[in-house]
Ligand binder design. Structure first.
Ligand code: 0X9
Ligand code: ZN
Length: 419
């Protein structure tokens, strides 16, 4: 719900009427002039901008905490330069919660079409292992700062007569507030298991990490729905590292920060965090066991924006296997073309922003030839809050995408091509 354009004189009123309930504020800011746009661009990484285009007249979307709200608003106070409106973030969150609670799951079965807190996700994984012991293995690949288990689920058909299949890695929930991402992973897990040998499992083994950042995820349920990073305390007043900045190569590169209070804080060094170490070790073990030729695909699900991002994350220089990446990118686009979602395909640097220290670049560097980062729906407007009625459509079209990719890999060979 939009509250309509507000003037600065209403700040105090808004402050009292909206409260932030720990979730902060969401503001649409329209730069009216070129210099206004330049100003926004220059402070882009000082605040939590969710959207910022190089387009005049297109609203930027910024999320503000109680602590940085007044400072930011003073920067856009010139009415000849900026128009802005508050979005009702709290109302959006409450509506999301209402829809989630309103859908009662059938007793004894896990409802894939609502969002689940961490403990329920863990129960879901355990139940899959219990019900399908031959196919499913849930392993703890590490512990978080707050002592939560980082759990990976391995799904494979273990038939002795079949020769080794290639491995596929999928991770979800590296950023805590992107709730549609873990929900999508759970949908994929369920489908893979149900389809068994009639689906992609006939030809591939799957390693899926549904919640990369358990502490952050738990915190979005208990305290701040808009939390992004992990929850390791860094200074007395600032907490958390952006786990998608904590890898190499290009640690400390574009859109990273050395400020522990920043939402894109990279950490003191690459792999400073238990979550990124756990993921790196798990990936290296898969590489060792399967061999470099047998680990073709690495997918990381984020939200939002409906984008398929290919290497490199940190710039636009063409990667060595660009042709094959583009071929798979096309397959991905085609597979969802009939769904209601339109995706854009390209490098992060070209269609979003360049990123240093992202996990997908690390995977590529380690020899996984096809690492994709996928920004799930929706397309715009504070889309981390995404009512549960959208979950099914989301994992349905992603299921199609994964199927199309695996079919393509089988047809065209999944081994790394010498360039
Ligand atoms: O900033 C990020 O880490 C990602 N966007 S998000 O809104 N989900 O936080 C973009 C990462 C792009 N990098 C890669 N292509 N790996
Ligand atoms: Zn993300």
């Amino acid at each position: 719900m939009h509250l309509g354009p507000q003037s600065l004189t209403l700040f105090a009123l808004l402050h009292w009427s909206m409260g932030d309930n720990g979730n902060g504020y969401l503001v649409n800011v329209i730069p009216v002039t070129e210099s206004a746009l330049q100003l926004l661009t220059s402070i882009r990484w000082d605040y939590d901008f969710l959207e910022l285009d190089e387009d005049l007249q297109k609203p930027a979307v910024v999320h503000l905490t109680e602590a940085d709200k007044d400072e930011f608003l003073s920067k856009i106070s010139d009415e000849s330069q900026f128009k802005f409106e508050f979005l009702d973030l709290q109302g959006m969150i409450e509506e999301e919660r209402r829809q989630n609670n309103g859908t009662l799951s059938r007793q004894g079965s896990f409802d894939l079409n609502i969002y689940h807190p961490l403990n329920e996700i863990e129960d879901f994984l355990q139940s899959k292992q219990r019900d399908h012991p031959a196919m499913v293995n849930v392993t703890t690949i590490g512990r978080t700062h707050n002592g939560q288990y980082i759990q990976m689920i391995t799904i494979k058909l273990t038939r002795e007569d079949i020769k080794m299949k290639p491995a596929i890695w999928i991770d979800c929930g590296i950023h805590a507030r992107e709730h549609i991402s873990p929900a999508t992973c759970l949908g994929l897990i369920d489908r893979l298991i149900n389809q068994g040998e009639k689906g992609p499992l006939e030809h591939f083994d799957f390693f899926i990490l549904p919640v990369f950042n358990p502490d952050g995820y738990a915190y979005t349920w208990s305290n701040d729905r808009m939390w992004r990073k992990n929850r390791r305390p860094i200074t007395r007043s600032c907490t958390g590292v952006d786990l998608n900045r904590n890898f190499v190569p290009n640690f400390g590169g574009p859109s990273t920060s050395s400020n522990p209070c920043s939402n894109i804080y990279k950490g003191t060094k690459a792999f400073s965090e238990p979550e990124t170490r756990a993921v790196a070790v798990a990936n290296l073990q898969i590489m060792k066991k399967y061999g470099r030729d047998m680990f073709p695909l690495h997918m990381s699900f984020h939200s939002y924006g409906q984008m398929i991002l290919r290497p490199y994350s940190h710039g636009v220089m063409p990667p060595p296997n660009l042709r094959e990446l583009d071929a798979i990118g096309n397959v991905m686009l085609k597979s969802v073309a009939r769904s209601r979602y339109t995706y854009r395909y390209g490098t992060s640097a070209a269609i979003l922003y360049a990123v240093g220290g992202a996990s997908a670049d690390w995977a590529y560097h380690q020899g996984v030839p096809y690492p994709f980062t996928i920004e799930l729906p929706p397309q715009t407007s504070g889309g981390f809050i995404y009512p549960a009625s959208n979950i099914k459509r989301t994992y349905n079209h992603i299921w199609k995408m994964v199927n199309a990719m695996t079919r393509h890999l089988r047809r065209n060979g999944y081994k790394v091509q010498k360039q």
